[in-house]
Ligand binder design. Structure first.
Ligand code: GLP
Length: 246
């Protein structure tokens, strides 16, 4: 693992965007696996700036998203499809047909999960996955206890996860209780992984993920099994690391 500690969250976002930019420049038809949440917002803003001011093009890029709530139609303000459109896709030159977000409204969710894995395979696999981390150590919506070999699946959300995401909804009661999410197997199958964390409230989770034992109760710790992981976090998130060799 390569661990970079930045002086603030803005610097984390800029460095994350630079890593995505470098991947897209190296391979213009790269396939990305992308996160939602508060953590990557600055990265999307910086990538948007690189597109408008530096000519970074996403015309040949394909994206998949990590997860989506069950029961929210794509236009719902809390849906991750809507988040991606508003915070990233509508500001860049990506072909909408090349953007993939799981659909949590279908009648056969298990099939939707299998189809998603199939589409990732058909796209040639993921070149770069970008992840945030939840308070309980979840990545995507892979909740503890997590099976390392799981692929895309339907997940029941932990109460702490619903509480943390309630800020994107009117109330806790409005946060769906289930989601579709890629699995740890999907993530470990990506060629490169970038994990982002910012703020003191992520310090415990990210410390357990990168310095703790690989454990089902901290899904993010599975990243220690991946050969090419970069972690970029701000000083607050890094404040509980022991800074062993990674
Ligand atoms: C949600 C998402 C995760 C994200 C996590 C942390 O649970 N499904 O992909 O990493 O929240 O979100 P935030 O960055 O808002 O703290």
């Amino acid at each position: 693992m390569r661990v970079t500690i930045t002086s603030n969250v803005h610097e984390m976002s800029v460095q994350a965007a630079q890593m995505v930019r470098d991947e897209v420049r190296r391979k213009p038809n790269a396939t990305l696996l992308l996160p939602t949440g508060g953590t990557p917002l600055g990265m999307y803003r910086e990538l948007t700036r690189m597109h408008s001011q530096e000519g970074l093009t996403f015309a040949e890029v394909t994206t998949f998203n990590l997860d989506e709530y069950v029961g929210l139609p794509p236009g719902h303000p809390g849906s991750y499809r809507r988040y991606m459109e508003e915070n990233f896709f509508r500001h860049i030159d990506i072909d909408p047909a090349n953007t993939h977000v799981l659909d949590g409204t279908g009648s056969n969710l298990e099939k939707a999960c299998l189809d998603y894995e199939q589409r990732i395979r058909e796209a040639g696999g993921i070149d770069l996955a970008v992840l945030g981390i939840g308070h309980n150590g979840h990545v995507a919506f892979v909740e503890p206890p997590a099976a390392v070999r799981a692929w895309t699946h339907v997940a029941a959300l932990a109460r702490s996860t619903r509480e943390a995401n309630a800020r994107f909804f009117h109330s806790l009661a409005d946060v769906p209780r289930a989601a579709l999410t890629v699995g740890l197997g999907t993530i470990l199958g990506c060629r490169r992984v970038l994990l982002l964390a910012s703020g003191i409230e992520k310090a415990d989770a990210v410390t357990r993920a990168i310095e703790g034992p690989v454990h089902a109760m901290c899904p993010g710790s599975a990243l220690q099994l991946h050969p090419d992981v970069t972690v970029i976090m701000d000083q607050a998130a890094a404040s509980r690391l022991q800074l062993r060799e990674h």
